[in-house]
Design a protein around this ligand. Structure first.
Ligand code: ATP
Length: 257
């Protein structure tokens, strides 16, 4: 895996598209003061996800967008693309080249791309941490961090060593896992609240259901009783009818005698 090219458009002093191919053997970029050498380093840090404008020698993130000169209009956006050769599949992407792109619009819209597909900053971070090219990468030391290496406090040195040894990747994953756990805890709390609320509303509903069941049972018994009553009525009417009929036939036979 090696860095193949860097393309800038609208980034700091690079208003127009500038494409730099890192030929094998390239080891130094020289130029007069203020010609943009450090802007190239800033571009690499920026495309890899730097979030702190101070580390890019600016006050706010939009400071990285070309602000215009006497001869050229300001750019509406800044865009930087880094291309790595990945023929040894060192980066966990199944492609022989991996490009990482970041675009920032003046309105603040910020997008990352891996091989031209929009992605999250988290994806860029996991990719570069895997390649040990973390945000505070020992391979890129911005001007304002040189002191940390020459005169490091124990914490600075620890951070640099952790980054170089690849522990940073696991620390980042741990941080993300803890964040996820916290959000799961919050969701569980919310769900418990909703459950308590539903339970509270369920209580009177349960009582109503019990009352309804009792009412249905009562209605069923009433219907049964009503049917029995009607059957009894029918039987006694039939009996009365028969006895009247008997009486009538008796009277008729007496008369005929
Ligand atoms: P030095 O050797 O002094 O560190 P350098 O070659 O590293 O200089 P840089 O610091 O990379 O140069 O570039 C500084 C130049 O970039 C300045 O001329 C500055 O005006 C220009 N610059 C920085 N940000 C922007 C921007 N947003 N728009 C236009 N030009 C910018």
């Amino acid at each position: 895996m090696f860095l193949k090219s860097l393309t800038l458009r609208g980034f700091k002093s690079f208003a127009r598209k500038t494409h730099i191919v890192f030929e094998p053997g390239l080891s130094v970029i020289i130029g007069p003061n203020g010609s943009g050498k450090s802007n190239l380093v800033d571009a690499v840090l920026w495309v890899l996800g730097e979030q702190n404008p101070r580390f890019l020698r600016g006050k706010s993130m939009v400071d990285v967008i070309f602000s215009g000169t006497e001869f050229e209009k300001p750019m509406p956006y800044a865009e930087v693309t880094l291309v790595f050769d990945n023929s040894d599949r060192f980066l966990p992407v199944d492609a022989s080249e991996v490009s990482i792109k970041r675009r920032l619009m003046r309105e603040g819209d910020n997008t990352y791309f891996i091989n031209e597909k929009p992605c999250r900053l988290l994806d860029v971070h996991s990719l570069i941490l895997k390649a040990r090219l973390g945000e505070e990468l020992p391979g890129i030391i911005p001007q304002n961090r040189l002191d940390d290496l020459i005169n490091p406090s124990s914490t600075d040195l620890r951070a640099i060593i952790e980054e170089a040894s690849g522990i940073a990747l696991y620390k980042k994953r741990k941080e993300n896992a803890i964040k996820k756990l916290v959000s799961v805890d919050e969701k569980i709390d919310k769900l418990s609240m909703v459950k308590r609320e539903v339970d509270r509303e369920l209580k009177p509903l349960k009582k109503q259901v019990e009352k309804m069941k009792a009412a249905i049972e009562m209605k069923r018994s009433l219907d049964e009783i009503w049917i029995k009553l009607k059957v009894n009525e029918l039987v006694s009417l039939e009996e009365r009818w028969n006895s009247l009929k008997n009486e009538e036939s008796l009277t008729e036979s007496t008369l005929s005698e």
